[in-house]
Design a binder for this molecule. Sequence first.
Ligand code: ADP
Ligand code: MG
Length: 253
Amino acid sequence: MGRIIAVTNQKGGVGKTTTSVNLGACLAYIGQKVLLVDIDPQGNATSGVGVEKGDVHQCIYDVLVDDVDVRETIKQSKVENLSIVPATISLAGAEIELVPTISREVRLKKALEKVKDDFDYIIIDCPPSLGLLTINALTASDAVVIPVQCEYYALEGLSQLLSTVRLVQKHLNHDLMIDGVLLTMLDARTNLGIQVIEEVKKYFQDKVYRTIIPRNVRLSEAPSHGEPIIIYDAKSRGAEVYLELAKEVVTNG
Ligand code: ADP
Ligand code: MG
């Protein structure tokens, strides 16, 4: 049965989508069958794996709001073994439209139950908020990956995220665990980066992945080509580290 992992942090720009796309693609590259689920209305994970939004007729919005079978929305990405449930801007309305609906927090969980056996990993790229979409992701998941940018105020907002995780554990998903905290966009030339690493390790201890993602220009270029890094530039440092992360995630179980 597939392991469902939500990549989440309510801060924008910390590397959630970059991690979802490239962790997903690297897991696929090492032979795992992977489904990426885009639940951010911006749809950056969707375009990031080479799916044109114009070609998307049904997306995760239709699954969550109109009970469309998730299998009808799955598209093949540019990477072998990597499929995606796309998101389009229509999803922006879901946060509000879901509020008065029945079992609004478990809609994604119910939808993914249908495909859980078909994949080894299901990776959910979350929006930058702790609203209903993220709650749906946490409720559906076995584990969370929390990207933390190696910048000033790295830990800011994390206590709010952790208390949301605890609330979901208590009321909606007892089995949810933190797979790991991922340090992203490290600039190794600065002392600041090293300080942030120490601070985050002090706080999260053995929950911090050994793999640290450095700043890498190729990683920031790849999305505009609609290609995960493993396709865009397999020899880059970015590809190396996300491959390393994929192996670490597999080892974690
Ligand atoms: P989020 O999904 O959390 O908002 P993104 O993954 O979209 O964050 O990353 C924000 C921006 O930073 C994007 O432009 C992305 O290309 C860039 N970026 C992410 N990770 C790296 C990295 N390791 N090196 C260089 N640029 C990165
Ligand atoms: Mg994103």
